[in-house]
Design a protein around this ligand. Structure first.
Ligand SMILES: NC(=O)c1ccc[n+]([C@@H]2O[C@H](COP(=O)([O-])OP(=O)(O)OC[C@H]3O[C@@H](n4cnc5c(N)ncnc54)[C@H](O)[C@@H]3O)[C@@H](O)[C@H]2O)c1
Ligand SMILES: [Fe+2]
Length: 411
């Protein structure tokens, strides 16, 4: 009798997730249930929006005193965090609210850690370095991509080390996520494309990564525990919605139904990778982002089809399952898996994602640096379905640089 493997599931999530058009109007009531003094972390663009003024009025109407930090810098250089922490110390908030793209949400997370536990962001790099609960966090995304509103990680740019680096701890998961797709209608087409592509990358990496041996200590020893039955469910919800709606939202930003579908995808992809983790495309984006000064989502999306091609021998069944989910067919598992890789690559071409690292702006003589530095992201490397070493990273980087995906099909 063949032994059926037992199921394993793990999800770490906010206490409440509110999703849907108009849900931002719950902010005042929700915040009043947690605290009386709210520090809002956002950027200048967002702080000038009428929706932001309405949020402040709603908070005031519910008796919540507010202070606004509107100096978030994309990709979160460390010095921009210090300014916000100093303002936070002087104000003494009992709740933090992040409103904006992933950079503003990650700022709120890091500031919550520093106001609660002191020190500098550097003290908390890696996994499980945050010693205990932090100030309660409410996260309100205005892009549909990062999933940061539900994840246990914040990514900062350490200029001294010349890299982006993650702080990963279950204590960073916001208490409440309010996901209102109406807040994304102002996203220009390019931002819509690369943040949506980031969400698809989260879903695919979470769905195809390794499933670790089941062990009761797995969730206690790893922030990112690998593929499991619960994260798979969220990842599939994300993939289906991206294929149905991302191109529509890219072509017509005022298409409310498409905005809704893409935000649902970003949220569910965040739920998937926040527990399962991400892998090689994210590890390679760190050095690529540093060298090309390009946005996170744009980099992971450029890399994803090449990483998928390299990984295909290790996760053909998972790719084939995603192919079936979006209505693709093929004679056998390998051809269905390949059809899914082509579908991702075609979708990205239609929404303006570059077809190679050269087109993204990487210089030819920096390929070795990309391959070497990608291995620094150990928490991402260990999750990849096909083992990765320097030789493998060189092969992927070289193929991605020239856009020669076919060269990866035979190795
Ligand atoms: N914590 C996580 O789980 C996680 C996951 C993936 C990425 N990230 C991080 O998130 C950051 C990227 O976040 P992002 O892609 O959301 O962008 P972002 O927050 O860096 O913002 C990029 C630009 O988009 C603008 N913007 C945001 N919302 C807008 C809107 N509704 N209309 C018009 N303009 C808008 C911002 O003002 C800014 O100028 C990176 O630092 C990345 O490392 C974090
Ligand atoms: Fe990402």
């Amino acid at each position: 009798m063949t032994q059926i493997p037992s199921m394993f599931g793990a999800l770490r999530l906010p206490r409440s997730i509110l999703f849907g058009r108009g849900q931002r109007a719950a902010l005042g009531a929700v915040t009043a249930g947690i605290g009386r003094r709210a520090l809002l972390c956002t950027d200048e663009r967002q702080a000038a929006q009428p929706e932001f003024a309405a949020m402040l009025a709603d908070l005031a109407a519910h008796g919540v005193e507010t202070q606004v930090f509107d100096g978030t810098v994309p990709d979160l250089p460390l010095r921009s965090i210090d300014t916000c922490v100093a303002q936070g110390r002087a104000f003494g908030p009992d709740v933090l609210i992040g409103v904006g793209g992933g950079s503003s949400l990650d700022l709120a997370k890091v500031v919550a850690v520093l106001l609660t536990h002191g020190g500098s962001a550097r003290d908390y790099y890696g996994e499980f370095a945050v010693p205990g609960p932090v100030l309660p966090l409410i996260a309100i995304p205005t892009t549909a991509g990062t999933g940061s509103e539900v994840t246990p990680v914040a990514v900062v740019s350490d200029e001294e080390r010349g890299t982006k680096i993650g702080i990963a701890s279950p204590h960073l998961i916001p208490l409440i996520a309010i996901c209102d797709p109406e807040l994304t209608v102002t996203c220009p087409a390019a931002l819509t494309a690369f943040s949506g592509a980031d969400a698809l990358t989260h879903a695919i990496e979470a769905f195809t990564m390794i499933a670790r041996p089941i062990d009761a200590m797995l969730t206690q020893e790893h922030v990112f525990v690998g593929k499991n039955v619960l994260t798979d469910h969220m990842a599939k919800l994300a993939v289906a919605n991206i294929f149905q709606f991302l191109e529509r939202a890219f072509r017509d930003g005022s298409d409310d139904e498409a905005r809704e579908g893409v935000m649902l995808a970003a949220l569910s992809a965040g739920c998937a990778f926040g527990t399962a983790g991400t892998a090689a495309a994210h590890a390679l984006q760190y050095p690529v982002g540093n060298l090309t000064h390009t946005a996170h989502g744009l980099g992971v999306a450029t890399l994803l089809p090449f990483v998928m091609q390299y990984n295909r021998p290790a996760c053909a069944a998972a790719f084939a399952e995603l192919a079936e989910l979006i209505g693709l067919s093929g004679d056998d598992e390998t051809s269905r898996a390949q059809a899914f890789i082509e579908a991702v690559s075609d979708l990205f071409a239609r929404i303006g994602i570059p077809a190679s690292l050269a087109a993204l702006g990487l210089e030819a003589d920096r390929q070795e640096e990309v391959a070497e530095h990608s291995l620094n992201a150990a928490r991402l490397i260990k999750n990849n379905p096909r083992p990765l070493d320097l030789a493998a990273m060189r092969i992927i980087t070289r193929a991605a640089f020239t856009g020669d995906r076919a060269s990866l099909a035979t190795i």
